[in-house]
Design a protein around this ligand. Structure first.
Ligand code: BG6
Length: 617
């Protein structure tokens, strides 16, 4: 996913665009671009750079180009390599239209072939460039009797796929044209300027009103006007809403990296979320968009997400089934719509997403909605598309999560779903308010344990284990029962942050094939479990690996001496409620993973090839 930003206003806009791009760089950092109507020369200029926004900032600030109408872009590459040619903005043969785009034009191939037949010359490998050439064609007739926004409308009817477009047109230096289909786009108003962006985080701090552009709309923003054209070419009326920023700092607060900061914010993320749930206990059914009766007769839950959010769903399956007795299925959002849906009247779909913008999860939510299944969003961003489109939404209180790898949001997801399972059990009459209060205390005690274990091992991890494990280029993660999905999460983090090829298996599966991978260059990382039967089985599985010469690193709980004796290295964790074992292990796991990444000199906040959430399918 990319980030698009635009600015029109009286203070010059260069500063606002560069700031907006750095605030939304988590959306993609393969390259960046800037374009403006330069106030001194009236020229339409573009500056592009490869890599982080900082590189673009240095390039732009080495010139004195600036203007009142400016656009910018950060890129997460989908089409074409990481080159300056492929960086946005893209333009047509005459450089009359500058386009920045977030999304994928699925039919760009056909359009490009057709345009090449009509002698358009392409310089990039991107899908986006076709849009600039289509605009060139549409405006070629110089017929000023047709409003430009109508011509923009005509062009976007030719596009298939997801797009948020922000466009500068040489003939209209005071206007920024835009169009949206699926990819998020919003307009922000401040006293003497207006901005348009993929995410409100790009807006200047003076912006206090926001308009979320409805899907399928296009139009323009100028210093005096905003025109919205709907997907029937009708002018649409609109209303702004007040913009409430989550004023918890998005700064580093003295930490070296956002990931480290957010690892240490797990405790407050979980406690603030649990407090919010307890304080809204009486009206929670409204927040979920359900009646008490509907919750009481709930028999089927579908948990849907991607990446780390899918892993918290896999862990929560144990919560809803063991605590609330509700049959629960967990689905990867990117696969969900292609599977047969066995609809039940007493079914809800919970779509789990930190950002609330991940396209796969959003499309799964729309699919459930189209099949009249009640949808609930579990998100960490109040103003996200999932909150706007779900029937009900639980917005966690983890605070802004900037680092690409999800850490505190995962902890808050696991805590929210544990609490929600207990809440459903009370409503269904198989538990009581006392048990729900106890569950809240269990969550708070568990994150205290998480924090205490981190502090106990932080120095040792930084000086010994981070450097030690950075020598390996592969690893096998094992878990059993509820620690298996947690082992999946750990393996993902080791891939995302350390670029180490980490595979994950349910420990019982090792002997059915993966055991062949065991050698002294492949550490086996074991995540223990507090379910007694599963623990005993896990010890046997680890014994099998040990017998083949494996190096064992174990995350284990007090009293688990059998596993401790098998381990070459271990992190000892105080006992917590069995179903909260993953939460207790999350802190020390993330500290180790981040320490390995730092020791390898990797960018732990912005790992290569990734983005915070991906708004293309
Ligand atoms: C990926 C992120 O792009 O999206 C992961 O790198 C994240 O960290 C996944 O888990 C899903 O994102 P979200 O916002 O839907 O939870």
């Amino acid at each position: 996913m990319c980030s698009v930003v635009g600015y029109v206003g009286h203070p010059l806009g260069r500063h606002f665009i560069l700031q907006g791009l750095s605030h939304t760089e988590y959306r993609g950092y393969d390259s960046a671009g800037f374009a403006c109507f330069d106030i001194k020369t009236n020229a339409l200029i573009a500056i592009k750079s490869i890599g982080f926004v900082e590189a673009l900032k240095n390039k732009v600030e080495s010139t004195d180009f600036d203007g009142n109408t400016v656009i910018g872009h950060t890129r997460w590459a989908t089409h074409g390599g990481l080159t300056e040619e492929n960086a946005h903005p893209h333009f047509d043969c005459n450089q009359d239209f500058f386009v920045v785009h977030n999304g994928i034009i699925e039919n760009y191939h056909i359009i490009k072939k057709d345009l090449e037949r009509r002698n358009h010359h392409f310089y990039s490998q991107t899908d986006t460039e076709v849009i600039a050439h289509l605009l060139e064609e549409e405006f070629f007739d110089n017929d000023f009797s047709i409003e430009p926004e109508k011509k923009i409308y005509t062009v976007i009817q030719k596009l298939q796929g997801a797009f948020a477009l922000v466009i500068l047109a040489r003939r209209y230096p005071e206007k920024i044209f835009f169009a949206r289909n699926k990819s998020p786009l919003c307009i922000g108003i401040a006293h003497d300027y207006r901005m348009i962006a993929s995410d409100i985080l790009a807006f200047g701090k003076e912006v206090n009103q926001v308009l979320y552009i409805p899907d399928g709309c296009s139009g323009f923003v100028s210093p005096t006007d905003i025109i919205l054209v709907d997907n029937n070419a009708q002018i649409l009326s609109y209303a702004f809403t007040s913009l409430i920023y989550d004023n918890r700092s998005t700064g580093l607060s003295g930490y070296s990296h956002y990931m480290i900061k957010e690892i240490y914010e797990q405790k407050s993320a979980v406690i603030d979320t649990v407090m919010y749930l307890n304080n809204n206990h009486d009206s929670l059914h409204h927040i979920l968009g359900l009646s008490i009766q509907q919750i009481n007769s709930l028999e089927h839950i579908k948990l849907i997400g991607c990446g780390t959010s899918w892993h918290s769903g896999r862990i929560a399956q144990f919560f809803f089934e063991e605590i609330a007795g509700i049959q629960t299925a967990v689905h990867l959002a990117s696969e969900f719509r292609q599977m047969r849906l066995f609809k039940k009247s007493d079914m809800v779909g919970i779509c789990i997403s930190q950002s609330g913008e991940t396209a796969d999860t959003l499309e799964a939510l729309r699919f459930l909605g189209a099949n009249t299944i009640h949808t609930i969003g579990l998100v960490n961003v109040e103003y996200s598309s999932i909150v706007r489109e779900a029937n009900g939404s639980l917005v966690m209180k983890a605070g802004p999560e900037i680092a690409v790898a999800s850490t505190k949001a995962f902890a808050a997801q696991v805590a929210s779903l544990y609490w929600l399972a207990h809440y459903c059990a009370v409503i269904k009459g198989i538990s009581n308010e006392k048990a729900l209060e106890k569950a809240s205390l269990e969550l708070i005690n568990t994150v205290m344990v998480l924090d205490e274990v981190m502090n106990r091992y932080a120095h040792e991890i930084k000086t010994v284990w981070g450097p030690f494990y950075s020598q390996f280029d592969r690893a096998i993660c094992l878990g059993r029962h509820i620690s298996y999905p947690f082992a999946l999460e750990a393996a993902l983090k080791i891939k995302e942050i350390d670029y180490i090829f980490a595979q994950c298996y349910p420990a019982g599966e090792l002997k059915h094939g993966p055991l062949a991978l065991i050698d002294n260059r492949t550490p086996v990382i074991v995540f223990s479990v507090l379910d007694q039967i599963s623990y005993i089985k896990l010890v046997s599985n680890v014994q099998e690996a040990k017998t083949r010469g494996a190096h064992i690193l174990a995350f284990l709980f007090e009293g688990q001496d059998e596993l401790r004796d098998l381990a070459d290295t271990y992190f000892l964790i105080p006992i917590v409620p069995a179903l909260l074992a993953p939460l207790a292990m999350n802190g020390v796991m993330l500290l180790l993973v981040s320490s390995i990444g730092l020791h390898l000199g990797l960018s732990i906040d912005k790992p290569r090839n990734l983005a915070k959430s991906v708004t293309v399918e």
